[in-house]
Design a protein. Structure first.
Length: 83
């Protein structure tokens, strides 16, 4: 399957298991994790990144992302498992 078959250029969301998933959710999750782990980020930025991660988890679960992939970083996997 190609990306445009899942989401056309004009479509920004899909429904997965009753949850609206926005285009870019996986990318936002990855960037938020990197921000959270970046020691150069200030506390407020890291706190926002952690909140963003928690907000994104239901959508990524609905997509089945964690049925296919697990995190190599134990701290990230613990965050995924705890939510």
């Amino acid at each position: 399957m190609q990306a445009q078959q899942l989401l056309s250029d004009t479509q920004n969301t899909i429904e997965a298991n009753g949850i609206t998933v926005r285009k870019g959710s996986v990318g936002a999750f990855l960037i938020s994790w990197r921000t959270l782990q970046d020691t150069a980020s200030d506390a407020a930025t890291r706190q926002q990144a952690e909140q963003d991660l928690h907000t994104l988890l239901p959508a990524l679960r609905a997509l089945g992302l964690f049925d296919v992939f697990s995190a190599r970083d134990p701290a990230l996997q613990a965050l995924i498992d705890a939510a």
